[in-house]
Design a binder for this molecule. Structure first.
Ligand SMILES: *[C@@H]1O[C@H](CO)[C@@H](O)[C@H](O)[C@H]1NC(C)=O
Ligand SMILES: *[C@@H]1O[C@H](CO)[C@@H](O)[C@H](O)[C@H]1NC(C)=O
Ligand SMILES: *[C@@H]1O[C@H](CO)[C@@H](O)[C@H](O)[C@H]1NC(C)=O
Length: 483
C-alpha cells in the first residue's frame, strides 16, 4: 500500500512540475511582451523530463499495476509494469478498468498484431510520441480506438491519409479502407476511397487488388470519376479479380454489367468476346450491353439520339488518362502570368468518330477577374489600381478550354472538361483534386482557395502546377434524360 501511495506522490509531483513549467512559459511570454526591458529567461528541461517518465516505464520503478496482455488464439503473454496515475490520466477506458480492478493485475486481451505493438502504445501514453512503420499503423489505430486515446487516433488517421501511396507493388490502401470501414473511421475511409478512385491504375496493378471486397468493387465500378488509363484496363483488372475470387454468378454478373463496354474500341471488344474466358462464361448476362455498345460504335451521335432512349452510364466516359482523351500540362511558376497550350482529343468514344480529332486551346490565368471587377478607364484616363497581387478580390486561378475550330460533327455531343491536379505526397505524385465543368460553367471554383503565389504551396511540385486535362464527350440524349 505504501508503495502505491509513494508512486502517486512521486508522479503527482512530476506532473505538477510539468504544469508549473507550462505556466511559467506562458507567463514569461506575456511578460516579455508587456514589459519591455524586463528580461525573462525560460529554463526548459521537458526533454529530460520525458526521458525520466520513459525510464519509469522501462524500469518499472514504483509501479502499482501490472498489465498482463494476453494474445487471442495464441499463448503469447506480455507483462508491463505500469502506473495507474499515467494510465488514468491518458485514457478514460483505462481509468474505468482500473476503478473496477481486482488487485494489482489488469488482464487485457489483444490480437497478435496489437500485442506486437503494445509496448509502443504504452510508451506513447508516457512520452506522448511514437515512431512507427506502415504495417503497424492499423494495429496502433485499433489500440488507440479501443482505449479512447483520441489524440493518437487522429494522429494515426492523419499519418495514414498522408501515406496512402505505396513504394512496393504490394500496396496497403485496400487493407486500410477495409479496416476504416470496420472500425468506423469515416475520415480515413473517405481518404482511402478517394485515393482508390483517383489513383486507380496503381491499385489495379498492385498485388492487393484481388483482396478488394465485393462491396468496394461495386462501389468503385459505379463511379464515373475513376481516374485510370482506359476502360479496357478496368475490364482486365475485373477479370483478374473474378478469377482469383471466384464469386457466385450473381456477383460476377453484377460486376461485369458495370463495365462501360461502349468506351472500349470495337476492335478490342471483338477480341475480348473471342478470347476473354470471363466474357465467354457470362456472355448471356452482358449480351444486351455489348449489343448496345456495337450500335453506339456504328452511328453518329445525332443518329443515335433519334433512335436511342438510353439513360445509363454505359455511354458516360470515366477519367481516362490515355492520350486519346487529354493531355498533361505542367505549369512552372503558375502565379507569374497567363499561359496557353493546345492538344488534341478524339471527337468521341464511338468507333464512328475514331478517326476524327478535335484541337483544344487551354488558357490558364493565375488571377482572372470577372467582368464586373475589371479596371475601367476613368475620365482622367487613369486606371484605378486593381491588380493588387494576391489580395482579396484580386482574382483567382481560372482555366478555359475551348475547341480551336467549330464543326458540324459536334452536333449531339457536349464536352465535359475535367482537370486533375497532381501533388506530391511522401515523394510520390498523386491525384489530389478532380474539377469537372461544362463550358457554360467554366468560371466555377477552380483552386479558388489555393495560394499559388507561394512556391511552397502544397499544390505545387517544385514550384510547378501539375495538371492533367481530360475532355469527356457526352452524348446529349443522355444528359437530357438524366434531368
Ligand atoms: C529504479 O529501479 C532500479 C532497479 O530496480 C534502481 O537501480 C534505480 O535506482 C531505480 N531508480 C529510481 C529513480 O528510483
Ligand atoms: C477477482 O478476483 C477473484 C479472486 O481472486 C476472482 O475470483 C475473480 O474472478 C476476479 N474478478 C475479476 C474481474 O478479475
Ligand atoms: C497517381 O496517378 C497519377 C496519374 O495517373 C500518376 O501520375 C501517379 O504516379 C500515381 N501515383 C501513385 C502513387 O500511384
Amino acid at each position: 500500500m505504501g508503495n502505491l501511495v509513494d508512486a502517486h506522490i512521486y508522479l503527482t509531483f512530476l506532473l505538477l512540475v510539468v504544469w508549473a513549467h507550462k505556466q511559467l512559459v506562458r507567463g514569461a511570454g506575456l511578460r516579455t511582451e508587456d514589459l519591455v526591458g524586463d528580461t525573462t529567461d525560460v529554463i526548459s528541461h521537458s526533454q529530460g523530463f520525458v526521458a525520466r517518465l520513459e525510464g519509469l516505464l522501462v524500469l518499472g520503478n514504483n509501479s502499482d499495476i501490472s498489465l498482463r496482455v494476453e494474445t487471442v488464439d495464441a499463448d503469447e503473454v506480455k507483462v508491463i509494469q505500469a502506473h495507474t496515475l499515467v494510465l488514468s490520466l491518458q485514457s478514460r477506458v483505462f481509468d474505468e478498468m482500473l476503478r473496477n480492478r481486482n488487485g494489482s493485475m489488469l488482464v487485457l486481451r489483444e490480437t497478435a498484431e496489437c500485442t506486437a505493438v503494445f509496448d509502443k502504445f504504452i510508451r506513447y501514453l508516457y512520452c506522448g510520441e511514437l515512431s512507427l512503420q506502415l504495417d503497424q499503423a492499423t494495429s496502433l489505430h485499433r489500440l488507440a480506438t479501443k482505449y479512447g486515446i483520441s489524440s493518437l487516433q487522429q494522429g494515426l488517421t492523419r499519418y495514414m491519409s498522408q501515406n496512402l501511396p505505396s513504394d512496393s507493388l504490394g500496396g496497403h490502401v485496400v487493407g486500410w479502407f477495409q479496416y476504416a470501414t470496420t472500425v468506423g473511421d469515416t475520415v480515413l475511409k473517405h481518404n482511402c476511397l478517394q485515393f482508390l478512385s483517383w489513383n486507380l491504375s496503381s491499385v489495379l496493378q498492385s498485388s492487393e487488388w484481388p483482396t478488394v471486397s465485393v462491396e468496394l468493387l461495386m462501389t468503385l465500378l459505379q463511379r464515373s470519376d475513376l481516374v485510370l488509363k482506359s476502360e479496357l484496363e478496368l475490364f482486365e483488372a475485373l477479370e483478374i479479380w473474378l478469377t482469383q475470387n471466384d464469386p457466385d454468378s450473381l456477383t460476377a454478373e453484377n460486376a461485369l454489367r458495370l463495365v462501360r463496354y461502349a468506351m472500349i474500341p470495337p476492335r478490342d471488344l471483338f477480341r475480348l468476346q473471342r478470347q476473354s474466358p470471363m466474357l465467354t462464361r457470362y456472355l448471356e448476362s452482358v449480351r444486351d450491353l455489348l449489343y448496345m455498345s456495337y450500335q453506339f460504335h456504328s452511328a453518329s451521335p445525332l443518329q443515335l439520339a433519334k433512335f436511342f432512349e438510353v439513360n445509363c452510364n454505359l455511354f458516360v466516359p470515366r477519367n481516362y488518362l490515355s492520350p486519346v482523351w487529354g493531355s498533361q500540362w505542367i505549369i512552372s511558376n503558375p502565379s507569374r502570368d497567363d499561359r496557353s497550350s493546345s492538344f488534341q482529343t478524339q471527337l468521341g468514344p464511338s468507333g464512328f468518330d475514331s478517326s476524327k480529332r478535335v484541337t483544344w486551346n487551354a488558357l490558364f490565368s493565375p488571377r482572372w477577374l470577372p467582368l464586373s471587377m475589371r479596371p475601367m478607364f476613368t475620365e482622367q484616363g487613369a486606371m484605378p489600381p486593381l491588380r493588387s497581387d494576391g489580395g482579396n478580390g484580386a482574382g483567382r486561378p481560372r482555366i478555359i478550354i475551348t475547341p480551336a475550330t467549330s464543326s458540324a460533327d459536334f452536333a449531339g455531343v457536349s464536352f465535359q472538361k475535367t482537370v486533375l491536379i497532381l501533388t506530391k505526397q511522401q515523394g510520390k505524385l498523386v491525384v489530389r483534386h478532380v474539377f469537372s465543368f461544362h463550358q457554360s460553367t467554366e468560371e466555377v471554383d477552380f483552386l479558388s482557395d489555393v495560394d499559388l503565389q507561394q512556391r511552397t504551396s502544397e499544390y505545387l511540385v517544385d514550384g510547378a502546377l501539375h495538371l492533367h486535362i481530360i475532355v469527356k464527350p457526352i452524348y446529349q440524349t443522355i444528359i437530357a434524360s438524366k434531368k
